[in-house]
Design a protein around this ligand. Structure first.
Ligand SMILES: NC(=O)c1ccc[n+]([C@@H]2O[C@H](COP(=O)([O-])OP(=O)(O)OC[C@H]3O[C@@H](n4cnc5c(N)ncnc54)[C@H](OP(=O)(O)O)[C@@H]3O)[C@@H](O)[C@H]2O)c1
Length: 325
């Protein structure tokens, strides 16, 4: 099969497309003929050796895939050859085939095409868990989303609206904010031009926001935390800016506020039934037209490196998807 390979740790332009042996599924795995693979922020880190886990070299990057089952291990649950599925792979999805433990695989509903499915699991799974289990977002509350046109950010805008919140989208350009507006955001903040802290104050009449969804960190976190309402919740989702912020905890005391960590991968492993319930709701919202995942660009397998590079350069909106066939 053809696969994009990382043979030495380094930038995306060092990735190569080569013929390599197809993986053999273990007992608890299914083998997937990959149709499409979503590009995510961790792909930018794993090829540089900067992620939480590191596969041995050479490896194929790509953390999520959608496709059709080609083979089933003898202890791989009820999956069947020919079934349309989506999978969290960790790595290995930028290839024509990938083998995945069955508990990381979900059937794709008929209402969803495989390109969309490849762009859905990681971002919508993360944002649903963040807003439902971690923030316990209530209808009528105000949700501020930072990096609102990015993968997890745009999903948070849509899910926030589906849960009945007023959504303030914040991003670094007018073009990016237009994408968040089209996804349903009620108010917009361009933090490349205006002070995030002052805009939160202005838009909420000085009350602050009930929930902040932060996949960016750095200086934006410092400003946003000061715009939390009484009983507010700040969701720590990621650090796309590259800087892990520090919190003066007197701010939490003064606002009766909570700083809440979000780790969707661990949640999915530890609470599989809650994760499955989240996806039932997400698929239902998608079938009803309440969620419209944005795949802004697709790339052939040979150009997976260009897709990773675009995301790393802060130029992606919604999701980029690599087509394996
Ligand atoms: N906790 C979890 O379970 C979980 C799950 C999935 C992802 N994540 C994390 O969430 C973060 C976002 O992931 P994603 O896949 O949604 O990425 P993405 O599509 O690239 O979105 C990240 C957004 O962050 C903003 N940003 C600010 N500074 C940036 C920089 N220096 N480089 C790149 N982006 C920058 C950009 O928006 P503006 O230009 O508008 O600022 C961008 O749209 C990552 O840190 C990822 O590891 C966490």
């Amino acid at each position: 099969m053809k696969a994009v390979l990382c043979k030495t740790l380094g930038p995306a332009q060092d990735l190569v497309l080569e013929d390599t042996a197809s993986p053999t599924p273990k007992k608890n795995e299914v083998l997937i003929d990959v149709h499409a693979a979503g590009v995510n922020f961790p792909d930018t880190l794993i090829i540089e050796g900067k992620y939480q886990f590191q596969p041995p070299l050479p490896f194929s990057p790509g953390g999520e895939a959608a496709g059709v089952i080609a083979a089933v291990g003898e202890k791989a649950g009820a999956f069947k050859v020919g079934e349309r599925v989506m999978a969290l792979t960790g790595w290995g999805a930028f290839a024509e085939q990938v083998a995945v433990p069955f508990h990381n695989v979900l059937p794709v509903p008929d209402s969803m095409d495989l390109t969309t499915a490849a762009a859905f699991g990681m971002t919508y799974g993360t944002s649903m868990h963040a807003l439902r289990q971690r923030a316990k977002l209530q209808p009528g509350e105000t949700l501020l989303v930072l990096g609102a046109s990015g993968g997890v950010g745009l999903a948070a805008v849509e899910i926030g609206k589906a849960m009945g919140a007023t959504v303030i989208a914040a991003a670094s350009s007018a073009d990016k904010l237009a994408v968040a507006k089209a996804a349903g955001a009620d108010e917009l903040i361009d933090y490349s031009k205006a002070s995030l802290k002052e805009e939160i104050k202005r838009l909420t009449g000085g009350q602050g926001v009930d929930v902040i969804y932060d996949p960016v960190g750095g200086e934006l976190f410092d400003q946003a935390v000061r715009g939390l309402a009484w009983n507010g919740r700040l969701l720590v989702v990621g650090f796309a800016s590259g800087t892990i912020p520090q919190l003066p905890v007197n701010l939490a005391l003064l606002k009766g506020a909570s700083v809440v960590g979000v780790f969707w991968g661990a949640f999915a492993q530890r609470q599989p039934e809650d994760n499955a319930a989240n996806f039932r709701q997400l698929f239902a919202w998608h079938a009803e037209g309440k969620l419209k995942p944005l795949v802004s660009q697709t790339y052939p397998l040979a150009e997976a490196g260009a897709a990773i590079e675009r995301l790393a350069q802060r130029q992606a909106v919604g999701k980029l998807v690599v087509l394996a066939r």
